[in-house]
Design a protein around this ligand. Structure first.
Ligand code: SF4
Length: 350
C-alpha cells in the first residue's frame, strides 16, 4: 500500500498549481505534456458497447442511480443470448470491443461468469473489456477465492482487459462516506496491480464531486502514478464529475462546472506522466467541452458508445454520431483515428 505524504514539496506544488494557476496556464502545461507523449496530431476513438449484464446490486453506493436492490421488480439479469445479440449488433456497426460491467449481484454463481465469457468467445468473438476491480473484489469475497485466482479463471475463460470503473476517489475517508460496502481504495488498487502482474491491461478512472477536497483528488492521482510506476499496466485515465440526479446524493453536494473538469483533467495529464493516454469525457461534459478537453491534455475522444436506444435505429444513428464525432475532432484541429482497446490504430473506413 502506498501512503501519500501530503506535506512533501511535490504534493504541495501540484496542489498549488491545481488551486492557484489560471485555467490557461494549467491548460498550456497539460497540452505541452500531451504533445511530449503524443507528437502526432491524431486523436483516437473506439467504437464499443456498454453491456450491463445485471443491475441487481448490494453495494448501495450513494452516487448510483443504476442499481436495484435484490428482489426489486426492476432488477434484471441478461441471458447469454441477449448479450450475444448485443455483441453481434456492435460488431455489425464496426465495434471492436464490449465493455461489460454489472452490479454486485448475490444470486449469480461464479460459474455463470466463466460460462458467459466462454459463450461470447465461442459464438460472438470480440475483445472483452469487463469486470471492474469492485466486481472482481466482490467475486473474491463472495466465492472465497483470492483475487489472483478469480482473475486467472476469468482470463482462462476469455477476459481480455479490465475497465477502471468503481475507482471514484481513491481515498478511504471519501469512500467510507459514499461507497462503504465496496472495494476500498487499497483493495481497488491491489486488484489492478495483481491484474497488471498477470498481463491484463486496464484503464483507470476518477469520478469527482463527491464532497472530497482538492487534496483528495491529487492523492488519487499520486496513488495511481505509484502503481503505474511498478506495473505500467494502465493504458488510459478518464475523469468525470458525479452525475447526482436520481441518486441518494442528489442535492447534498455542490455541482461542479466545466472549468473544474478541464482543470482536473489538465492536472491529471501533468501528474500522470507515466500513463500514456487521457480520454476526454464528452459523454458527461458535452461535445463542446470535449473538444476543449483536447487542448487540456486529452489525446483520446473515448468511445462512440452504442446506447440501447440507438441500436434499434440500425446503423443510421451510429453512423451520424460517428461522422459528427470525426467532425468535432477535425474542427478542434486533430485527425480522428479509430483504435483498438490497446490503442493500436485501425483503418479509418467509417
Ligand atoms: S457497485 Fe456499481 S452498481 Fe452497485 S451501487 Fe455501486 S456503482 Fe451502483
Amino acid at each position: 500500500m502506498d501512503v501519500v505524504d501530503r506535506s512533501t514539496p511535490e504534493f504541495r506544488e501540484y496542489l498549488e498549481l491545481y488551486t492557484g494557476a489560471s485555467l490557461f496556464e494549467l491548460g498550456a502545461r497539460a497540452d505541452a505534456a500531451r504533445w511530449r507523449l503524443h507528437p502526432e496530431r491524431a486523436v483516437t476513438y473506439i467504437i464499443d458497447r456498454n453491456i450491463n449484464y445485471t443491475n441487481v446490486c448490494v453495494a448501495d453506493c450513494a452516487f448510483c442511480a443504476f442499481y436495484r436492490r435484490p428482489k426489486h421488480a426492476e432488477g434484471y439479469l441478461l441471458s447469454f443470448e441477449e448479450i450475444g445479440r448485443k455483441v453481434d449488433e456492435v460488431k455489425a456497426l464496426g465495434g471492436v470491443q464490449i465493455l461489460m460491467q454489472g452490479g454486485h449481484n448475490p444470486y449469480i454463481p461464479f460459474g455463470w461468469y466463466l460460462d458467459l465469457l466462454r459463450y461470447i468467445k465461442r459464438h460472438h468473438p470480440i475483445h472483452i473489456h469487463a469486470f471492474s476491480p469492485s466486481e472482481v473484489d466482490f467475486f473474491a469475497t463472495r466465492f472465497g477465492m483470492t483475487i489472483d485466482l478469480v482473475l486467472r479463471e476469468l482470463m482462462a475463460a476469455g477476459l481480455d482487459s479490465i475497465p477502471g470503473g468503481g475507482g471514484e476517489i481513491l481515498v478511504q475517508d471519501v469512500r467510507d462516506r459514499v461507497a462503504r460496502k465496496k472495494a476500498g481504495a487499497d483493495r481497488w488498487l491491489e486488484v489492478m496491480e495483481i491484474a497488471h502482474g498477470l498481463g491484463l491491461k486496464t484503464s483507470v478512472t476518477m469520478m469527482y464531486g463527491l464532497g472530497e477536497t482538492d487534496a483528495d483528488r491529487l492523492e488519487h492521482l499520486f496513488r495511481v502514478r505509484a502503481v503505474q510506476a511498478r506495473t505500467g499496466g494502465f493504458t488510459a485515465f478518464i475523469c468525470w464529475p458525479l452525475q447526482q440526479e436520481h441518486t441518494a446524493m442528489e442535492g447534498t453536494v455542490a455541482k461542479t462546472d466545466a472549468t473544474t473538469y478541464l482543470r482536473t483533467q489538465a492536472l491529471a495529464r501533468i501528474v500522470l506522466d507515466n500513463v500514456p493516454n487521457i480520454q476526454a469525457s464528452w459523454v458527461t461534459m458535452g461535445m463542446k467541452v470535449g473538444q476543449i478537453a483536447l487542448r487540456f491534455g486529452a489525446n483520446d475522444f473515448g468511445s462512440l458508445m452504442m446506447e440501447e436506444n440507438v441500436v434499434s435505429a440500425a446503423g443510421t444513428t451510429v453512423r451520424t454520431s460517428l461522422e459528427e464525432m470525426q467532425r468535432l475532432i477535425r474542427d478542434a484541429g486533430f485527425e480522428p483515428r479509430k483504435r483498438r482497446q490497446d490503442y493500436s490504430l485501425l483503418p479509418e473506413a467509417a
